[in-house]
Design a protein around this ligand. Structure first.
Ligand SMILES: C[S@@+](CC[C@H](N)C(=O)[O-])C[C@H]1O[C@@H](n2cnc3c(N)ncnc32)[C@H](O)[C@@H]1O
Length: 377
């Protein structure tokens, strides 16, 4: 597929056509249509959830999965992936597995994607794009089985279905997406609220930044939970932000509208001490360690004294992730080039080094941890 430059309208048309072609090439299976407004409804139900103690999830016996880091198993998988013909097959396999697993759990991946690609989402690009942005090198590599990484309309159109699927995978026994979101997103929000109430002297959240907001799913959850706050979603992909802005226009009105910013979370250019919460959800496993260190330092600069950082992502200690089958983790590693770096990094240490205190880690669902910290007063 051609590189989809957001500034070139002619190229964009080619990209849109090729995105639709790629989607159609995935086969004909169609799932029951499920309006995305259901996700928004679930988000407001979760926001209303009262305080309760968080459930405890089981940790595995290791510090991190055996397939991550410098183990023989990890090196074997790494060698397989670095062999181009095998990588190409794995990449396609990973994509097939993602789509078919999603559709088996009633997430109409292909239908949602087609609907977005056929919408007027493209019109949002002009107001979102920051033409002076310089993308870090890691962001320009193939990623998630997309040759252009996150810089394409196809990746943007598929992102919400991929997010739903991640949540369903975390709670396979849930009977619906809403039920799975109640655990995954509900526990994450509750961990943030508890941390902030415990350690911030003024627990009011006035300004929230969602770094790596993608198509805005986490941003909307935050806005619904902390509805008196001004919420900003920031991402490096103008395509994802265009979808976020388009969907938000479509949704229910809010007291305070969400702002979307196209910037690098490592160096946002936003004023120091201007947020009470910086949330970074499901971003770090997609980043090299150097970017993670920069993201954490930048969050420290952006937060007011007493402000909270909340990072949620895969937990190296998750029993389920430690027991993942070889086929699944090989497929996963083939589309996520920085997983090893993510699992090897001492995230809590990086946070303390940046200046955060009260650094705490909770398994907020069977696969994910939420790590919180405070900027000293
Ligand atoms: C898996 S998505 C996040 C999903 C979303 N936060 C949620 O919880 O549903 C990861 C996002 O991080 C963004 N990202 C990666 N590196 C970034 C950086 N340095 N600055 C801003 N965004 C970044 C990607 O563009 C992508 O949209």
């Amino acid at each position: 597929m051609a590189f989809c430059s957001p500034t070139n309208a002619k190229l964009n048309n080619i990209c849109i056509a090729s995105s639709l072609a790629a989607l159609n090439a995935n086969g004909g299976a169609r799932s029951r249509r499920r309006g995305t407004s259901a996700v928004q409804m679930a988000a407001s139900d979760i926001a209303r959830r009262g305080a309760r103690s968080l459930p405890e999830y089981e940790e595995g016996p290791l510090e991190r999965p055996r397939w991550a880091g410098e183990t023989p198993l990890s090196r074997l998988v790494g060698a397989l992936i670095s062999f181009q013909p095998i990588y190409s097959i794995l990449k396609l396999g990973a994509r097939e597995v993602l789509i078919s697993t999603a559709e088996k759990t009633n997430i109409p991946w292909r239908e949602m994607t087609r609907e977005m690609l056929e919408s007027e989402v493209y019109k949002e690009m002009d107001s979102i794009l920051n033409p002076s942005i310089i993308y870090p090198d890691y962001y320009l590599k193939p990623f998630h089985a997309y040759d252009e990484g996150n810089l394409s309309w196809l990746a943007a159109a598929e992102a919400e279905a991929a997010t739903m699927s991640m949540v369903r995978r975390a709670i396979p026994e849930a009977s619906s997406l809403d039920e799975a979101n109640e655990i995954v997103r509900g526990n994450w929000l509750q961990a943030i609220e508890q941390h902030h109430q415990q350690y911030s002297r003024d627990s009011t959240m006035r300004d929230i930044l969602d770094v790596g907001c993608s198509v805005g799913v986490s941003t909307r959850f935050l806005a619904n939970k902390f509805h008196s706050a001004k919420v900003t979603g920031l991402d490096l992909s103008p395509y994802f932000l265009a979808v976020a802005q388009f969907k938000e226009k479509d949704g229910a009105a809010r007291d305070k509208s969400i702002s979307w910013i196209h910037a690098n979370g490592e160096n946002t250019g936003l004023p120091s001490q201007s947020f009470d919460l910086v949330s970074i959800s499901y971003v770090l496993h997609e980043c090299p360690a150097t970017a993670t260190v920069n993201l954490v330092r930048e969050a420290f600069r952006l937060l007011r004294p007493g402000g909270t950082i909340a990072i949620t992502d895969n937990s190296p200690k998750s029993k389920i992730l430690q027991e993942l089958s070889p086929v699944l983790f090989t497929l996963m590693k083939s589309t996520e080039p920085f997983l090893d770096e993510y699992y090897l990094l001492d995230l809590e240490g990086v946070m303390r080094e940046a200046g955060f205190i009260n650094v705490q880690t909770l398994l907020t669902d069977p696969r994910h941890r939420t790590v919180t910290g405070t900027v000293p007063h």
